[in-house]
Design a protein around this ligand. Structure first.
Ligand SMILES: [Zn+2]
Length: 229
């Protein structure tokens, strides 16, 4: 039996800088495919504007948001946009590691009745660093069924951080890579202060094998280029 598979890999950090703007409240929503949407938010670092991507999935049983806006300003606009665009509520939020551009919105989501999830490991790091904590903790890789969709969380090892997980949609062959998976055109690996550079490529390889992710990944990731930090 021959199957033709297209894998869509979502790169979270696009290293596009624009200069001289204050844009912490900007929110951009881009359809990915079908019920999958990317939301992009921004943060100013001095005069550099840096972007971070999250994703949401519209299901029959509500919307699942993966990660959160980087700054607090787009929290409500994201929920409002989803409501207006899809007439659905956000029901689940999953943060893929403890950093600010992934977990900032957890408290906000909880207050809005959203079920929030991180791994146990992410929670331990969040406690250490005074980061927002999710209501539900995943002790191992977890399969979610939400409406007509199924997806799983997967921890393949250390990379960008020691707690980075990915989300795999096996039916759709979509990998939400978190910061573990960097863009092909990324000039470097971004923030590597907490990274495990040695393990990173192994983690990518292991994830690819375990999840049976076809093609792409290994050759597309510029793991070898490590910036001096
Ligand atoms: Zn990070």
């Amino acid at each position: 039996m021959r199957t033709t598979i297209t894998t869509i890999i979502i790169y979270l950090f696009s290293l596009t800088f624009t200069f001289g703007q204050t844009a912490n409240n900007e929110l951009k929503i881009t359809p990915l495919t079908g019920d999958f949407y990317i939301f992009t938010t921004y943060k100013m670092f001095g005069t550099k504007k840096q972007s971070a991507n999250g994703m949401y999935l519209v299901t029959d049983s509500g919307v699942v948001v993966f990660d959160s806006p980087w700054d607090t300003s787009p929290f409500q606009p994201l929920l409002d946009s989803i409501k207006v665009r899809h007439n659905k509520k956000v029901v689940i939020n999953i943060a893929t590691h403890s950093h600010e551009d992934r977990t900032s919105g957890i408290d906000f989501y909880r207050k809005n009745g959203v079920k929030t999830y991180t791994t146990k490991l992410t929670d331990e790091i969040s406690i250490e660093n005074g980061r927002p904590r999710a209501e539900f903790l995943m002790k191992k890789d977890t399969l979610f069924t939400v409406g007509q969709y199924k997806f799983q969380t997967y921890f393949g090892g250390e990379g960008h951080t020691k707690d980075n997980i990915v989300i795999w949609f096996d039916n759709e062959k979509i990998l939400y890579g978190g910061c573990l998976v960097k863009s092909i055109d990324a000039k470097d690996l971004e923030y590597v202060g907490e990274a495990n550079i040695k393990e990173w490529p192994k983690t990518i390889k292991k994830s690819k094998t375990s999840l049976r992710i076809p093609n792409l990944l290994s050759q597309d990731i510029t793991i070898g280029k490590v910036p001096k930090h």
